[in-house]
Design a binder for this molecule. Structure first.
Ligand SMILES: Cc1cc2nc3c(=O)[nH]c(=O)nc-3n(C[C@H](O)[C@H](O)[C@H](O)COP(=O)(O)OP(=O)(O)OC[C@H]3O[C@@H](n4cnc5c(N)ncnc54)[C@H](O)[C@@H]3O)c2cc1C
Length: 391
């Protein structure tokens, strides 16, 4: 891939930058952490604003409501979006980043026609119902059972760690349809309507005092057979499509925001008095550390660009997504750790401001080496599927 941008790309950048500068300024501040109905309203309104301005689904094919823009402009979009500090897509993440792309790749025409426009406009919010208490890294061990009853499946079981399920309309749900088949062969991928009897969503409290994710209990929930994505018992193959989007292209936006995370670290260091005078930024070792991180972020962004270019060529995220996800998790945790050390004990005082933000960011960063597949699992994938090493 040519990693330089053309004159058209730069023109796209200039228009987008102008639009973002105004649109982001017009946005009201986000609701306080923990107010999830307000968060849903805020995020979906922003998604609608992006859609109305023609900046939703840039990488989705035109036939499915997207813009079908070339990969270079998708990358420009991500860079400018991060530069403008535009709102995180938050409740729209699952729909935009992996449920929608899975439907594009594997859904029926009816499923695409119904769901894709609703995802792009922010009208419907999705969550993911993959993990279970006994099935995380070993996802294929899942036990949630679906039994065919005419033109419906009747679903019973429990899901866990379903991010933002308490504000979701639909769930990408994995169920076992053939308990006698080998574990990878008896799984089916379903679209679950969350607003029905038999779906009980219970938010879980996390270390930062919020409720980002939920347990979902399914008790005779009903799913029309027309909501099946792929064939019955072929869900493991479809799952791998979803996971490749989740661990591949979905992380691009995160990678580029590492630049703003680093900028913020430098700002805080320049404002933090050091023992013996000056500021934390005057410490040469600290500046060397930031320099190394900066180089790592640049390298990772290049790798991400190449992965996205591969996706454009093949229609499927590159396998290098596992390496990007792994490295992203490590760098974001390293920056958050350095920020916390820089503000020091003030982070524990709980007084709203940069120090309390540093504590929240540190706690938030801990999830990244677990969510979307742990670092150990990513290393296994890199060894087996990229390097071709024996299992
Ligand atoms: C913030 C967050 C959001 C999440 N959101 C969702 C969501 O929306 N929907 C959803 O379905 N799930 C979600 N998850 C769940 C996530 O996918 C799982 O937590 C993850 O896959 C790990 O599974 P587990 O927690 O059961 O840990 P386990 O699989 O029990 O792993 C425990 C430890 O053993 C290690 N381990 C396990 N197997 C191997 C192996 N073969 N080789 C080497 N080491 C191994 C793991 O790396 C880990 O360190 C989320 C998780 C987090 C933290």
């Amino acid at each position: 891939m040519d990693l330089t941008y053309s004159a058209e790309d730069e023109e796209f950048r200039a228009q987008l930058r102008t639009w973002l500068d105004t649109a982001v300024q017009r946005q009201s501040p986000p609701p306080p952490p923990g107010d999830w109905p307000a968060r849903r309203a805020y995020d979906t309104q922003w998604q609608r604003t992006l859609y109305d301005a023609g900046y939703a689904g840039l990488h989705w094919p035109v036939a499915f409501g997207g813009r079908g823009l070339p990969v270079s402009q998708q990358l420009v979009y991500l860079e400018e979006y991060a530069r403008a500090n535009a709102p995180y897509i938050s409740v729209n993440f699952v729909g935009l980043m992996h449920a929608g792309p899975t439907l594009i790749a594997e859904g029926t025409d009816e499923q695409r026609a119904f769901h894709l426009p609703r995802i792009l406009t922010g009208e419907s919010v999705w969550c993911q119902g993959f993990s279970e208490p006994g099935a995380g890294s070993d996802l294929a061990s899942l036990q949630t059972r679906a039994v065919r009853d005419g033109d419906h499946y009747i679903v019973n079981g429990q899901k866990i760690w379903s991010t933002r399920a308490h504000v979701a309309d639909y769930c990408e749900l994995l169920v076992r349809t053939d308990p006698d088949a080998p574990k990878h062969k008896g799984i089916t991928w379903l679209i679950l309507d969350m607003h029905q009897p038999g779906v009980d969503v219970r938010p879980m409290r996390t270390i930062d005092g919020e409720s980002h994710f939920c347990e979902v209990f399914l008790d005779d929930a009903r799913v029309p057979v027309s909501n099946r994505v792929g064939e019955e018992n072929d869900g493991w193959r479809v799952t791998n499509v979803t996971l490749r989007f989740e661990r591949g292209t979905a992380f691009a936006q995160h990678v580029i925001t590492l630049r703003s995370q680093l900028r913020k670290l430098v700002d805080v260091a320049q404002d933090t008095p050091a023992v013996g005078g000056g500021t934390a930024w005057d410490d040469a070792e600290f500046r060397r550390h930031v320099g190394r991180l900066d180089a790592s972020v640049d390298a990772l962004w290049r790798m991400t660009q190449m992965g996205i270019a591969d996706t454009e060529r093949t229609g499927m995220p590159a396998r290098s997504g596992s390496a990007v996800k792994l490295r992203y998790s490590e760098i974001t945790q390293e920056i958050a750790d350095l920020l916390l050390r820089t503000v020091g004990r003030a982070a524990l005082a709980g007084v709203p401001g940069p120090a309390a933000d540093a504590m929240r960011e540190y706690l938030w960063s801990l999830q990244y080496t677990i969510a979307a597949g742990t670092s150990q699992i990513q290393r296994n994938l890199i060894a087996e599927r990229i390097l071709g090493m024996p299992r």
